[in-house]
Design a binder for this molecule. Structure first.
Ligand code: AMP
Length: 418
């Protein structure tokens, strides 16, 4: 028979293998624990959304269209795999009636996001985020709160060396006038900008500030800074956020070039980077205020603030730092039947599982070979079962660290293993 090629994973997506799970578990459990400590509740929203939900609020449309996993389902609905969680969480906040409850709604979410981007290390087409959203309040206290939550989480998983960058991008009241200033500054320089920036100049001038292309860098230093042109309300908000962070002992750097390209983002924007080396690094977590998002989705105008942390990048950094996470064997106890004793071995395993994780080695191989695998797997105990033992409902329990062996009845196993 002709062998067919095995089918491999889709480009840009990957498996998280059991060996990586201790770090993933630590990152997620740390996140959930910190979230709960701050009074946030978990929510799960669908991976599938109407493409329109994403597109209606999407970045200068080209980028969203290019990166969006979008398809028609069998019923002809135009759907998308979510590229981020906030649009869906805000939708759920209204559809689920959370807007009727006490405000703000403090929510956190874990899940996969999808972007058709060029895959590379730290950038995948399916990646996992820890999302935190506080919806229903415009208080600056919440901006600082979600930043503190992100910082606590990263510290808790062992990433103490961080750089927090912070900026304010104003709101619908002060930003338009600032953008006019920015355009006026850049127009005479247009021919010296790279192609995309020439287009951004009229379409999305804020994005000129976070361009990474070398030829556009020299012009930034003299560009007007939005934090010098905030309206009174935005200036007060910006001052309170900074005062609260100082009060919390959280160091930050004001980065006047940290922006978002969408109108619904307002005021605070922030990003956490690994500390040390500066430059073109990927953010571990990014967030900000989005007071215009609900309205952009067609709901009543409602403020919100939040962030998304990338679990892929956080766990990669934890691994690179040699973060110590206790690795436990898949099962503490291995039952090793000597011969055709599957039914009896299964029963012994059931008894042991009352107190410890237990697996059975069902493979048709010698006891010596089974002992070798038990050693390799790091089992703490093995239960050896011969046909004579099985007939008497007894077994031999071996403590793998001391080598001590005891013959005992099956019913005694739970007390001996506990
Ligand atoms: P964003 O939604 O683009 O602000 O991203 C929030 C966080 O998600 C980033 O700080 C990254 O940690 C993570 N992230 C974003 N895009 C990717 C990707 N393609 N692969 C892995 N992680 C990502």
């Amino acid at each position: 028979m002709a062998r067919t090629e095995p089918i491999k994973a889709v480009r840009g997506v990957r498996d998280i293998l059991p060996a990586e799970m201790p770090l993933w578990r630590a990152a997620q459990q740390g996140a959930a624990e910190v979230g709960r400590r701050f009074g946030y509740e978990e929510i799960i929203t669908p991976i599938l959304e109407h493409a329109e939900l994403i597109e209606r609020v999407g970045e200068d449309t080209d980028a969203v269209a290019k990166e969006l996993y979008r398809f028609d389902d069998r019923g002809g609905r135009n759907l998308a795999l979510r590229p981020e969680a906030t649009a869906g969480v805000v939708r759920a906040y209204f559809e689920g009636g959370l807007n009727q409850g006490p405000q703000p709604s403090r929510l956190y979410l874990f899940g996969p996001m999808f972007r058709y981007d060029r895959p590379q290390k730290g950038r995948y087409r399916q990646f996992f985020q820890f999302n935190v959203e506080a919806i229903g309040s415009a208080a600056a206290g919440l901006d600082a709160e979600v930043i503190e939550l992100a910082s606590e989480w990263l510290h808790q998983v062992g990433l103490q060396d961080l750089r927090l960058e912070l900026n304010s991008i104003g709101d619908g009241k002060c930003r338009p006038a600032y953008l006019e200033r920015l355009k006026a500054y850049y127009r005479p320089l247009k021919s010296q900008l790279h192609g995309d920036c020439q287009l951004r100049l009229e379409r999305n001038p804020l994005r000129l500030l976070d361009c990474k292309v070398p030829q556009c860098q020299p012009f930034k230093a003299d560009a007007p800074r939005i934090t010098d042109h905030l309206c009174d309300e935005c200036a007060a908000h910006w001052a309170v956020v900074r005062r609260l962070l100082e009060g919390a002992g959280i160091e930050y750097q004001h980065n006047p070039y940290l922006v978002r390209g969408l109108d619904y983002y307002t005021r605070t924007v922030f990003e956490f980077y690994p500390g040390g080396a500066k430059g073109q690094q990927d953010a571990l977590a990014s967030g900000g205020r989005y007071d215009g998002l609900a309205e952009a989705e067609g709901w009543p105008s409602t403020p919100g603030v939040g962030f998304a942390g990338g679990l892929d990048r956080v766990t990669e950094l934890m691994a690179a730092k040699g973060e110590e996470v206790a690795i436990s064997p898949p099962a503490d106890v291995l039952v090793l039947p000597d011969g055709d004793l599957a039914v009896e071995a299964a029963e012994v395993a059931r008894i042991c599982r009352a107190v410890r994780s237990t697996a059975v080695d069902y493979e048709p191989k010698s006891l010596t070979a089974k002992m070798r695998s038990a050693n390799k797997l790091g089992a703490k105990f093995v239960v050896l079962l011969t046909p004579e033992d099985a007939a008497r409902r007894t077994a031999r329990l071996r403590d793998m660290s001391s080598g001590e062996q005891t013959d005992l009845a099956w019913v005694e196993l739970p007390t001996r293993l506990a």
